[in-house]
Design a binder for this molecule. Structure first.
Ligand code: ADP
Ligand code: MG
Ligand code: MG
Ligand code: MG
Length: 401
C-alpha cells in the first residue's frame, strides 16, 4: 500500500476496492468517517446496491482528545488486530471478523457491526439484553483462561507475551486510572459542584494504599491476555448477539481488570439512573435488572472458568494443590471488585467520562449520579481485598443508593 498518513474518505474507498471478494468490481461505494473515539479514525464503507459493507479502523499517531501534543504509537493497530484474531479463535462469534491488517497504514479492516448498537447507548436508552451475561462471561472465561498459565503452555505463553507488550497504552491506564484521580493532576476533569469529592479522593490515605496495590498488580502481574479497555463503549450488542471491539489496550495483566471493567460500567449506568428514569418504580426496576446482570456476569464467569480449568487445565500443581482453585477464584473476585472501583472513580473525576452520567441534562440529578458513582467506587476499592462474595459488591451498590 502507501506510506502512513491519515486517510480521507476517498482514499479509504480506493483501498476497499482492492480487497478480494468484498465488493463487486466497479461498484459505487460510499464512505463515512464514524469514529467517536479519541485515538482513531473509523470508516464505514458500503455498496448500497449490494448491501455489502466493511469497517476500516486506522490508528492516528496522537491522541485526538488532547491533540497532536500526545503522540501515541501506531503499533497499537497491530496489537488490536492480533488481539481480535486471537479472541476470535478463543471465543468464537464474540468479536468482529478481521479481514486485513496493514502495518504501514496502521489499518484494520473488519466486519461491519452496524446492525448492533454500542451497549453504552443501549443501556442509556433503557435496553435489556438477556443474553449479555452469558455472552460476556463466555468471552471473559475463554479469552482469559486460554491465555493464562492455567490454560496455555507456559513457554508458549511467554513467547506470545512478547507480541503484546503495550507500554504506551498501558501508561495511559497507569496514569489516568491509577494515579491522576488521586492527586490534583492537570488531566483531571470534574464539575465544580463535586470539587469536595475530588479533594476527598486526594486526601484519603486508606484509599491510596488500595489503589497503589491494584496499580502494582496492573504493572507486574502477567496473568492473562486482557482486552484492556472493556467498557460498555467497547461492546456492540443486540438482544441476540454480543461483539467485543477495540482491544488496542491489550496486554498481559491481571484478569480482574477486564471483569471489573464490565461490572464498573454496569454500575456507572446504575448510578446514572438518577437522571435517566423520572418515575421511581422504573428506576428501581432498571437498577434491579443491572444488579441481576452483574451477579450473572460474575457467577457465570466463575462457573465457566472453573469448568475450563477442570477440562483443559495444563498446570499439574495448580489442579492438584488442595485449596488452590478456591484461593485463585477468591483473589480473582477481590481484584475484580477493586478494579471495578478504580474504573468508576476515574470516569467521574479523571480525563474521560461516560455519557451515561455526563449527558444527564438536569444538573442536580447529574451531581447526585456523580456522587453515587464515587461512593460506590470508593467503597469497592476499599472492600476489594477483604471480599468473599459478589454479594458484597451488590450490597455496596444497594446501600449507597
Ligand atoms: P476507538 O478506539 O477510537 O474508541 P472503536 O473501535 O471503539 O474506536 O470505534 C469507534 C466507533 O466506531 C464505535 O463506537 C462504533 O460506533 C464504530 N465502530 C467501530 N468498529 C465498528 C464495527 N466493527 N462495526 C460498526 N461500527 C464500528
Ligand atoms: Mg472505543
Ligand atoms: Mg468513545
Ligand atoms: Mg480504543
Amino acid at each position: 500500500m502507501t506510506t502512513y498518513h491519515p486517510l480521507n474518505e476517498a482514499e479509504a474507498i480506493e483501498i476497499a476496492r482492492t480487497l478480494d471478494g468484498v465488493f463487486t468490481p466497479g461498484a459505487e461505494l460510499s464512505c463515512r468517517e464514524i469514529g467517536d473515539g479519541n485515538l482513531n479514525l473509523v470508516f464505514h464503507i458500503s455498496d448500497p446496491a449490494s448491501g455489502s459493507s466493511i469497517i476500516m479502523k486506522q490508528a492516528l499517531p496522537y491522541a485526538k482528545v488532547v491533540g497532536e501534543s500526545w503522540p501515541l504509537t501506531l503499533d497499537r493497530a497491530r496489537i488490536e488486530s492480533e488481539a481480535l484474531i486471537l479472541e476470535g479463535k478463543l471465543a468464537p462469534g464474540l468479536v468482529p471478523a478481521v479481514y486485513l491488517y496493514d502495518k504501514e497504514l496502521a489499518l484494520t479492516v473488519m466486519e461491519d457491526l452496524s446492525d448492533h448498537v454500542i451497549m453504552r447507548q443501549g443501556l442509556i436508552n433503557g435496553g435489556r439484553y438477556p443474553l449479555f451475561a452469558d455472552h460476556i462471561s463466555t468471552f471473559l472465561a475463554q479469552s482469559l483462561f486460554y491465555t493464562s498459565d492455567l490454560g496455555h503452555n507456559q513457554q508458549e505463553k511467554k513467547l506470545r507475551m512478547a507480541s503484546f507488550i503495550n507500554p504506551e497504552l498501558c501508561k495511559i491506564t497507569e496514569d489516568l486510572i491509577f494515579d491522576a484521580p488521586y492527586t490534583n493532576a492537570d488531566t483531571n476533569s470534574f464539575e465544580n459542584a463535586i470539587r469536595d469529592e475530588a479533594e476527598a479522593l486526594w486526601n484519603d490515605g486508606e484509599l491510596h494504599l488500595e489503589v497503589a496495590l491494584l496499580r502494582e498488580k496492573f504493572l507486574t502481574q502477567s496473568q492473562a491476555l486482557l482486552h484492556g479497555d472493556l467498557h460498555t463503549g467497547s461492546i456492540f450488542i443486540t438482544t441476540e448477539s454480543t461483539k467485543v471491539i477495540d482491544p488496542e489496550f491489550a496486554y498481559y495483566g491481571p484478569m480482574g481488570f477486564d471483569i471489573g471493567a464490565v461490572i464498573a460500567n454496569l454500575l456507572l449506568n446504575y448510578a446514572a439512573r438518577e437522571g435517566r428514569d423520572s418515575i421511581e418504580s422504573q428506576r428501581e426496576e432498571y437498577r434491579a435488572y443491572l444488579i441481576d446482570t452483574i451477579k450473572d456476569v460474575w457467577s457465570q464467569f466463575h462457573s465457566k472458568f472453573l469448568a475450563l480449568w477442570d477440562a483443559h487445565g495444563v498446570d499439574r500443581l495448580a489442579a492438584a494443590a488442595p485449596g488452590y482453585k478456591e484461593n485463585y477464584m477468591q483473589r480473582l473476585l477481590q481484584d475484580t471488585i477493586g478494579y471495578a472501583g478504580c474504573k468508576m472513580v476515574r470516569r467521574i473525576v479523571g480525563l474521560a467520562h461516560v455519557a451515561d452520567i455526563d449527558k444527564i441534562e438536569d444538573a442536580a440529578a447529574r451531581e447526585r449520579a456523580q456522587r453515587l458513582a464515587l461512593r460506590i467506587g470508593k467503597s469497592l476499592i476499599k472492600q476489594g481485598r477483604q471480599a468473599a462474595s459478589i454479594d458484597e459488591l451488590i450490597d455496596t451498590a444497594l446501600s449507597a443508593s
